[in-house]
Design a protein around this ligand. Structure first.
Ligand SMILES: Nc1ncnc2c1ncn2[C@@H]1O[C@H](COP(=O)(O)OP(=O)(O)OP(=O)(O)O)[C@@H](O)[C@H]1O
Ligand SMILES: O=C(O)[C@H](O)[C@@H](O)[C@H](O)[C@H](O)CO
Length: 165
């Protein structure tokens, strides 16, 4: 890879996008952006009420994250975003064909569920996890990393596989 790319860290709620994204950004001295901070208020309220987002709810949000990625191609950046479906990743990639990497945090329902049950102070209710797995279309073009490891091991594996260390 010729330069540091914009990396989308993707996966279901609770798969570790924020944890891994922040640590990866720290190691690479890049800015970290949490996609959750870009959801419109209506989306956050909907999820907090226990209702899953639909395609329509997510489109504007994904377009914003595509713009954010475009603004950061010169320096590189890490962006956490669920990016659950193929069509969402296509939208995130629009106009950025060779400048993006997707890293998929892969884990079982049981493992993510256990981690979410212990997480405090987050708007996303653990009951929505089933709908997250239902929406998830496993990416074929993403670097896939098992979350059944420590955050340090996961970040090390990502950096090695993307030749960033
Ligand atoms: N590799 C790991 N090992 C152990 N615990 C982890 C690991 N990764 C994340 N966690 C813990 O699991 C919980 C979920 O992680 P995190 O909040 O980073 O997920 P997320 O994908 O960003 O979730 P959301 O999309 O809902 O914001 C947190 O409590 C976090 O501390
Ligand atoms: O596409 C989605 O349904 C959302 O992005 C969710 O994944 C949440 O924002 C996030 O995971 C919050 O916990």
């Amino acid at each position: 890879m010729s330069k540091t790319p914009v990396i989308f860290v993707m996966g279901v709620s609770g798969s570790g996008k924020s944890t891994i994204g922040k640590l990866l950004a720290e190691k690479l001295s890049l800015n970290f952006f949490d996609g959750d901070d870009y959801h419109p208020k209506e989306n956050v309220e909907k999820m907090a009420k226990g209702q899953p987002l639909n395609d329509e709810d997510r489109i504007g949000w994904l377009e914003q994250l595509n713009l954010l990625a475009k603004e950061n191609t010169k320096t590189g950046a890490i962006i956490a975003c669920s990016a659950l479906k193929h069509q969402y990743r296509k939208l995130l990639r629009k106009g950025l064909e060779n400048e993006l990497e997707f890293v998929f945090l892969k884990g079982s329902f049981d493992l993510v569920s256990e981690r979410l049950s212990k997480r405090k102070g987050h708007f996303m209710p653990p009951e929505l996890l089933k709908s997250q797995f239902e929406a998830l279309e496993i990416p074929t073009a993403a670097l896939t990393v098992s979350i059944d490891q420590t955050p340090e091991e996961i970040v090390e594996s990502i950096m090695q596989q993307l030749h960033l260390n």
